[in-house]
Structures are given as structure tokens and as C-alpha cells.
Design a binder for this molecule. Structure first.
Ligand code: M6R
Length: 354
């Protein structure tokens, strides 16, 4: 499923980008008047889908200029969110049957909000119940750990973000074209990202005996780190946590020792120097550092223990090429440990109860 991603991304984009480099999402069934009315967007989901939502929040706020909250569906439904007919509530789900996500959407409908689904399974409850739909077209996902579903959710949110921004008039026609040209590169970038596999396989042998790993990052690198940590913990059973890099000093730094691995995507230019100083703090405590860098950036090889080069895109879109090597890292670490990768212990593919 990791290797299917370049072709799955092509499927997910088919028909949604025009030859004039615009986004075509008529299928979402939203009028520009409706889109302009929204004064708040909520993204609700669980697990991997929630981490895709973290990317969505970042991108949406950049292009839409509307406050976007991303909520764990299990929290959203009990926290009394402020919902009305000017709210857009977007649920993300591979299965379309996750109990908490469905409950969140039903609550939003009761409050008169517009609901949208980024969903993979056609005909699922979410697919049937939401006002507006983006079908991710990832095909059946067999492995419990989500990979291609995540990538198509993230890509769906990019496409949707551009579409909504254009409808609201918060980006120009020229900006839309620039974004679409970048989005078109995803299949090729995913293919290139898979070329890191031989290197990742070797690195995974060194990570496998460790008990703890931290994933640090800032901005979109943090969003990617959250999903990278989930992938590693759920299939290798290594304890993995993701933190916003700037938070380490506020507590978790106490856990860093020479036995800790720290995995850091460093792809966001505007926070690069800040992340590097966080890396140095980890290094001073003896941690082993694995950095995922953007091709063309100055190498951090003199500061870190391993560098994996990720194909270069505009910073806003680096999530996709960065996530694929992180999936491979989880895969090969688990393979080295002899884990049951497709069916990790205690987990189910679809969580239809609370
Ligand atoms: O079907 P859903 O996307 O709603 O499932 C939500 C989570 O259970 C799911 O994303 C889970 O976290 C992943 N399978 C973990 O890899």
C-alpha cells in the first residue's frame, strides 16, 4: 500500500485539476455564496485522519483566512463546540464508519452547520450523511495502519483548500494556478520519495533495538511528525511521541538521554533555524538524531547522525514527500523486529464503537 501511493495519488487527482490549472470540485455541491458565508471551519476526525486534518488546518488558514479548528471527534462531540449555520464541519475518515466521527457530524447537522466528508468508502454512513463530499479514491486499504488513505486525505484537503479559497476570493486566479501546478507534482514526488527505501531500510536496523523515539517539528513538519510517530508506534510497538519542537523545553526534554532517537523533519524554511537549535539541544543530551531534509537545503550532516533527503516541493506541500519515507521507516523497523505489520496487536481497521 505504501508503494501504491504514486498511482493512487493520480487516481485521487483525476478529474479534479483542469487543463487550465484550476481546481474542479463541482462534486462538492457548494455554491460560492455558501462558501463565502462560512466564518469558522472545524475539521473532525480520529487517529491518522485527525493528523491529516492537522495538515488541512494549516493549509486552510493560510489560503482561506478563516479560523480553522481541528478536533479529535471523540472530544468534539462532548465539548459543546460553537456551531451554527455559518460553520463548515469537515469530517475525515477512511472507513466512513468511525463512531465518534459520525456522531460529530450528526451534532453539526443538528446545529444547522454545513457538513462535508473527506471519505474513502463509497456508500459508507459518512458518505451518505454529509451535505458535501470529497471521495479520496484510495481503493480498499487492507493494512490496519493507514498509509495511502492518509496521503489521499491530505491531498484532498489541499485540493479542497484551493477550491474554497478561490470560491471565497482569498486567492487570485494566478495563485490558484501556482498551487495546482504544485499539486500536479505529487505523483512524481511520491515516486521519488520511495527511492529513499534502501537507505531507510538500513537506518531502521539501528532504530529497531531502541525503546523510545521522539518526532519533533514545527508547523507542517510537526503535523507530519504526529502521523510519523503514530505509524512507528502502532506497527513496531516502539514508544514514539511527537512534539512541537519548541515544546521540548517545557517538560519532555527531561526524557532525552543517549538512548533516545529523535526524528526531525526539517522542511519548512521559515522555522528552519529554530528547529536546528532544538536539534542541538537534543544532541547535547546525547540523543541520536535522524533528520528528513528537503533536497537542495544546506546539509545538517555535521549536526545530526543521519540525513534522509526528501524531494523538493514548495514548503506548503512538503508533507506528502516527507510522509512516505516516515511510513517506510515504520515499516522497515517493524519488519526488522519481526512484527505482524498488517495486523498490529489490539487494533481494528474500523472503530465503530466509542
Ligand atoms: O476509518 P477512519 O479513517 O475514520 O479511522 C480513524 C482511525 O481509526 C484510523 O485513522 C487509525 O488511526 C489508522 N488506521 C491508524 O493507522
Amino acid at each position: 500500500e505504501i508503494h501504491e501511493q504514486p498511482s493512487i495519488i493520480k487516481d485521487a487527482l483525476r478529474g479534479r485539476l483542469t487543463s487550465e490549472d484550476t481546481v474542479n470540485l463541482e462534486e462538492m455541491n457548494l455554491t460560492p455564496e455558501q462558501v463565502r458565508k462560512f466564518n469558522r471551519i472545524y475539521i473532525v476526525a480520529c487517529g491518522t485522519a485527525y493528523y491529516a486534518g492537522c495538515v488541512g488546518k494549516y493549509f486552510f488558514e493560510k489560503v482561506l483566512g478563516v479560523p480553522v479548528e481541528v478536533d479529535l471527534a471523540s472530544e468534539f462531540r462532548y465539548r459543546g463546540p460553537i456551531l451554527d449555520d455559518k460553520s463548515l464541519v469537515i469530517a475525515i475518515s477512511q472507513s466512513g464508519e468511525t463512531a465518534d466521527t459520525l456522531a460529530a457530524i450528526r451534532l453539526a447537522k443538528q446545529c444547522g452547520s454545513t457538513t462535508a466528508a473527506v471519505v474513502n468508502v463509497v456508500g459508507s454512513s459518512l458518505y451518505r450523511e454529509c451535505d458535501s463530499l470529497f471521495h479520496t479514491k484510495a481503493g480498499p486499504e487492507i493494512c490496519v495502519a493507514s498509509t495511502k488513505a492518509y496521503i489521499t486525505q491530505v491531498i484532498g484537503l489541499y485540493v479542497m483548500g484551493v477550491y474554497l479559497a478561490r470560491a471565497r476570493g482569498t486567492i487570485t486566479a494566478e495563485q490558484e494556478k501556482q498551487f495546482v501546478r504544485e499539486i500536479r507534482k505529487f505523483p512524481e514526488m511520491a515516486e521519488k520519495a520511495l527511492e529513499t527505501e534502501a537507505q531507510i531500510k538500513e537506518i531502521a536496523k539501528d532504530l529497531a533495538p531502541k525503546e523510545h523515539a521522539f518526532f519533533l517539528g514545527r508547523g507542517l513538519d510537526y503535523a507530519v511528525g504526529l502521523e510519523g510517530a503514530l505509524k512507528l508506534k502502532e506497527i513496531s510497538y516502539i514508544h514514539a511521541e511527537a512534539y512541537a519542537a519548541g515544546e521540548m523545553k517545557h517538560g519532555p526534554l527531561a526524557l532525552i538521554t543517549k538512548d533516545t532517537w529523535v526524528i526531525v523533519p526539517v522542511t519548512q524554511e521559515h522555522v528552519r533555524e529554530k528547529t536546528i537549535s532544538n536539534i542541538k539541544e537534543m544532541q547535547a543530551r546525547g540523543a541520536t538524531i535522524l533528520a528528513f531534509q528537503k533536497e537542495g537545503d544546506p546539509s545538517l550532516a555535521d549536526v545530526v547522525d543521519y540525513v534522509v533527503w526528501v524531494p523538493k516541493m514548495d514548503d506548503l506541500f512538503m508533507t506528502v514527500p516527507t510522509m512516505i519515507p516516515l511510513q517506510l521507516l515504520a515499516y522497515w523497523t517493524s519488519e526488522t523486529l519481526g512484527r505482524e505489520i498488517d495486523q498490529p496487536r489490539n487494533l481494528a481497521k474500523s472503530v465503530t464503537v466509542e
